[in-house]
Ligand binder design. Structure first.
Ligand code: MRU
Length: 339
């Protein structure tokens, strides 16, 4: 099964807050339910957020009772507004909504045909994500040598996308080519996507993985235990890569130790007309830091900072791997014209 599927008017996905202990399948039929699942990170990962937002607009269209096209567009606009309030940083969510809404506003048929076209467009966005990840894997695998140890952060795998993954897509493709690679996964405090999701995916595929805590990255690099870093991205702007909190620390350490730092992301993550100061970095609840799971680890009432993402200036990025190929940062400006 793909991480997200459209099944006759229902979104079917997996509750990522329950993994790896439990595999709970979610079936959702309305916009509020999906918006809530995104806020609580049952659904997470930039490309998956794009696909989920697309299918949520498909839900709104599919279940609409109106036969009036203007009314249907109004309902879609309302659903889009709700979705845009869920998580601010991953651009894929906004990209997917804007793609579908632009098409809907320009649609010339009746309400019934418009609803069908929204469902079709959402499915296309999901299918294109899988195709993009396969290409990212193919291009990225060329950078990987037999025997490499690759460090990755957070979860940029099948669970963060519709299928296959971006950073883990590169790792999967290299593994499928027979390269005997090993992975070091950082746990990724506070939500533990690395410990819970990346190790789960890699173990399931039989790819050797070693889990470390986030503060061990300096040690493993100093000890020359890492050959390459590959991470995903929530947004690539003209001067930086915005990704899971902790990415910047890893990038600076990688530069200090002359370790290549690769970012794997589809073009739907590119936002090259903006720079890092234009982007809202999501701040999440303090409980995520004061607690591990349901266990409180800090004194009640302590001040907490909980940014979900950080900003890595492009000078730390060796290359970006996208479906179009492996891009050096100098190529971005030229590449933007062809997006
Ligand atoms: O807060 P999350 O779990 O949604 O953050 C996910 C990440 O930061 C991933 O690295 C990014 O979305 C790329 S996923 C292919």
């Amino acid at each position: 099964m793909r991480t997200i599927e459209w099944q006759h008017g229902t979104i079917v996905t997996i509750d990522q807050t329950k993994l790896p202990q439990e595999t709970v399948i979610l079936e959702m039929k309305n916009v509020i339910e999906v918006a809530d699942a995104i806020k609580t990170m049952k659904i997470r990962g930039a490309p998956l957020l794009g696909a989920a937002a697309s299918f949520t607009l498909a839900l709104a269209a599919y279940h609409s009772k109106t036969e009036n096209k203007a009314e249907l567009i109004n309902e879609l606009e309302k659903a889009a507004e709700i979705l845009k309030e869920t998580r601010p940083t991953a651009v894929n969510l906004f990209w997917a909504i804007d793609k579908i809404m632009t098409k809907a506003r320009d649609f010339s048929g009746n309400a019934k045909d418009l609803a069908a076209s929204v469902v079709e467009e959402a499915q296309k966005i999901a299918d294109e994500d899988v195709a993009a990840n396969r290409l990212i894997g193919k291009h990225g695998a060329e950078l990987i040598r037999d025997g490499d140890v690759i460090l990755t952060h957070c979860n940029a795998g099948a669970l963060a996308t519709v299928d296959y993954g971006t950073a883990l897509g590169v790792i999967r493709a290299a593994w499928e080519q027979g390269k005997k690679i090993r992975v070091i996964a950082t746990e990724t405090r506070p939500k533990l996507q690395g410990a819970r999701l990346t190790t789960y995916e890699l173990k399931r595929d039989g790819i050797p993985v070693t889990l470390i805590t986030d503060n061990m990255v300096g040690y493993v690099m100093y000890k020359r235990l890492v050959d390459k870093v590959i991470v995903g991205a929530d947004r690539i702007v003209k001067n930086a890569v915005i990704n899971k909190i902790g990415t910047y620390t890893i990038a600076v350490l990688a530069k200090e130790h002359n370790i290549p730092f690769y970012v794997a992301a589809p073009k739907s993550t590119f936002d090259l007309s903006r720079s890092s100061t234009d982007v809202t970095i999501e701040e999440r609840l303090s409980e995520e830091v004061t607690h591990i799971g349901s266990q409180m680890i800090a004194p009640k009432g302590v001040n907490v900072l909980n940014p979900a993402f950080d900003i890595t200036p492009l000078k730390y990025v060796t290359s970006v791997i996208c479906e179009g190929g492996v891009l050096r940062k100098e190529d971005f400006v030229k590449f933007e014209a062809n997006l």
